[in-house]
Design a protein around this ligand. Structure first.
Ligand SMILES: [Zn+2]
Length: 409
């Protein structure tokens, strides 16, 4: 064996676990006693988990934090601020800031990252050029999917439609969208229609920003589910944010969640960003402004969580740690019972792997060795302490090692 990880435990049941790797692939799994490897590492009694997936991020404006102060704290002002400067972003700058975000993510055990790329009449394809260069630069440490994201609308901004078609020919893997950014629900339907036309022509999956607002008028998630069923795109569509469902009445929520389940739409909640941006216009009691995570999970819908932004006009915080995002999600969605804690822990792992999709995800013989060794014994410890990622291993190669030491005096 090339590499053997000893003295670990499994990520679900906490049973003793050793993993042996040959040529980047998991070749043996046992509680103990694997034959010696060329290289050996000690998990220190910690968990050996499949690596993390960051399913919803924006590389190009990560760490874009120079003077762009969002006075109102709203999504609307963040988009306006960003629109003023996006044209001037250079390829070098995008690669440099993306690199900082990617390295932080990988050190936290993220080996797959899906990034939405602004495609519109202002930036045209210039931002895409930068993000494609970043993907190329870091291809040896992380897999990146790019989503063509028409943030400024397609029905109200027809110029963006042509750019979207071009984006799919120039490096984007998925078709994105933001139907609630249109004028009304009729235009939102048109927006979804256009996105599906592009996706069908390219045999591409879809991942849209959906109803990122606390205004219950918007229910484009229902249109997305109906269109998914109509086109047979079940399992190939992801909806991020889905905040408006927190403001819907229960009857509407029940109806739409049922359609989402039947359409096999994956939901990504972006709780840190939504808690920060939503509810700004409300007096108390203020809405939480996040997707109905519990109801979705209870209905059997696949729910993942995503970082979305790191230190920019949308959100001043974030450290590219999926365990921090899962912990904030657990607070926002009232996930505190043992089964719910496990669900939160699974969101940036198996759940996000389903929407990528990564059919071979997990720890089993024959799977690619993409692993993270966590200094934690179970899900609640992983979320509570967000402990050191002792080793991050990609395709059998150790990429990063972290050990925090406290010195007492
Ligand atoms: Zn986003």
């Amino acid at each position: 064996m090339n590499l053997v990880i000893r003295n670990g435990i499994s990520d679900s049941m906490g049973e003793p676990l050793e993993v042996g790797i040959v040529d980047g692939v998991i070749a043996a799994i046992a509680p103990s006693g694997l034959p010696p490897g060329d290289q050996e590492i000690d998990a220190g009694g910690g968990m050996i988990s499949p690596a993390f997936v960051e399913p919803h991020f924006h590389l190009e404006n990560a760490l874009l934090w120079d003077g762009a102060i969002n006075q109102s704290g709203t999504l609307h002002e963040a988009i306006e601020l960003y629109a003023q400067i996006k044209r001037d972003l250079t390829v070098e700058d995008i690669v440099a800031r993306s690199g900082q975000a990617i390295r932080a993510a990988v050190a936290h055990g993220v080996l797959w990252l899906r990034s939405h790329v602004d495609i519109d009449h202002i930036a045209k394809l210039s931002i895409l050029e930068g993000v494609v260069a970043a993907r190329e630069r870091y291809r040896d440490i992380i897999d990146i999917q790019l989503v063509a994201f028409p943030q400024l609308g397609m029905a109200r901004n027809p110029e963006a439609v042509d750019m979207m078609w071009q984006a799919m020919e120039n490096g984007c893997d998925l078709v994105g969208g933001m139907p609630h950014g249109e004028r009304d629900m009729a235009d939102a339907a048109r927006h979804i229609e256009i996105a599906f036309d592009i996706a069908q022509a390219h045999d591409a999956d879809i991942d849209m920003h959906i109803d990122e607002t606390d205004d219950p008028y918007w229910h484009s998630l229902e249109l997305l589910a109906e269109k998914t069923l109509e086109t047979g795109w079940q399992g190939r569509v992801t909806a991020g944010h889905c905040c408006a469902m927190s403001a819907w009445d229960d009857a509407l929520a029940e109806r739409v969640i049922d359609k989402v389940r039947r359409a096999n739409i994956h939901i990504i909640t972006n709780a840190p960003i939504n808690l920060m941006l939503e509810g700004r216009g409300h007096k108390h009691p203020k809405p939480r402004g996040i997707a109905r995570v519990k109801e979705l999970l209870e209905a059997g819908v696949n729910v993942a969580c995503g970082q979305d932004d790191v230190q920019n006009m949308f959100y001043p915080y974030g450290k590219m740690d999926p365990l921090e995002v899962a912990l904030i999600t657990a607070h926002a969605a009232h996930l505190a019972a043992p089964g719910e804690i496990q669900a939160a822990f699974d969101m940036p792992r198996a759940n996000a792997a389903r929407l990528w999709p990564l059919p071979d995800y997990g720890i089993h013989v024959g799977a690619e060795a993409n692993l993270v060794v966590l200094d934690a014994r179970n899900a609640v410890e992983a979320l509570r302490r967000q402990p050191d990622r002792r080793y991050v291993i990609r395709k059998g190669k150790i990429l990063a090692e972290t050990e925090t030491k406290v010195s007492w005096h």
